[in-house]
Design a protein around this ligand. Structure first.
Ligand SMILES: Cc1cc2nc3c(=O)[nH]c(=O)nc-3n(C[C@H](O)[C@H](O)[C@H](O)COP(=O)(O)O)c2cc1C
Length: 208
């Protein structure tokens, strides 16, 4: 085994170990609105964390000494839209990660089409196959960097046609998400899938 005592590692080293180990990570492309206009940025410290109501989280590192535009906007208008990043929109997503000054609309820079959301004020990105309109539940400030863990309640679900069937099963092949790996440019696709049904206590498999 190769082992490390976290107490002996600096923040950058712990970050490298985390992002190299927790892979692949889903990517949330988050749109927000603030006093200086609309904003979009990707976050791979992202996941679903509850279903009654549906809730998601993403975590924003305060790496340059001040809160990122996404967090500043959510503090002003506590609403946002989380988009799943598909293979088709990966290059545009990457443009949204550029550290533009506050007030620059990354959606315009990336060439995304924006449309009005149904229940929240920040706009939605039309090209994203899946979008969750969210209302802020809370922002947790954690750690010494610090990180802002943004927790939101999903209040409206959007899918491109043909992705969700009548039983609410999502066709992940049609979403075609990409995942974040480690390093400056590491990503993966879902091109090598397999099925492994869940087992029941006492034998058999869990249906559905
Ligand atoms: C695929 C990808 C994933 C990222 N994940 C995160 C993340 O989880 N947390 C974070 O703070 N920054 C993350 N970033 C960097 C932010 O997107 C970047 O700092 C962005 O400019 C922040 O935008 P904002 O200041 O407009 O909010 C990621 C970048 C990329 C390309």
């Amino acid at each position: 085994m190769t082992e490390f005592d976290a107490a002996a590692l600096d923040a950058q080293t712990q970050y490298k170990l985390l992002i190299g180990s927790i892979t692949p990570r889903p990517i949330a492309l988050v749109t927000t609105l603030g006093s200086q206009g609309a904003n979009a940025a990707p976050f791979s410290f992202f996941n679903g964390i509850g279903s009654d109501p549906a809730m998601i989280m993403f975590s924003v590192g305060n790496t340059s000494g001040h809160a990122k535009d996404t967090v500043m906007n959510i503090r002003e208008i506590p609403e946002f839209v989380v988009h799943i990043v598909s293979d088709a929109i990966k290059e545009k997503m990457n443009v949204c990660a550029i550290e533009y000054p506050r007030g620059v609309n990354e959606m315009v820079e990336a060439g995304f089409t924006t449309v009005a959301s149904k229940k929240v004020r920040p706009p939605r990105i039309a090209e994203a196959p899946v979008a969750f309109e969210c209302r802020l539940q809370q922002i947790l400030e954690i750690g010494r960097v610090p990180y802002h863990v943004v927790i939101g309640e999903v209040v409206y679900f959007h899918y491109h046609d043909g992705i969700v069937d009548e039983r609410f099963h999502v066709d992940v092949g049609r979403v075609n998400p990409i995942g974040r790996l480690a390093g400056r440019g590491g990503y993966t696709r879902i091109t090598d899938r397999f099925e492994m049904p869940r087992l029941k206590l006492g034998g058999g498999i869990v249906e559905g």
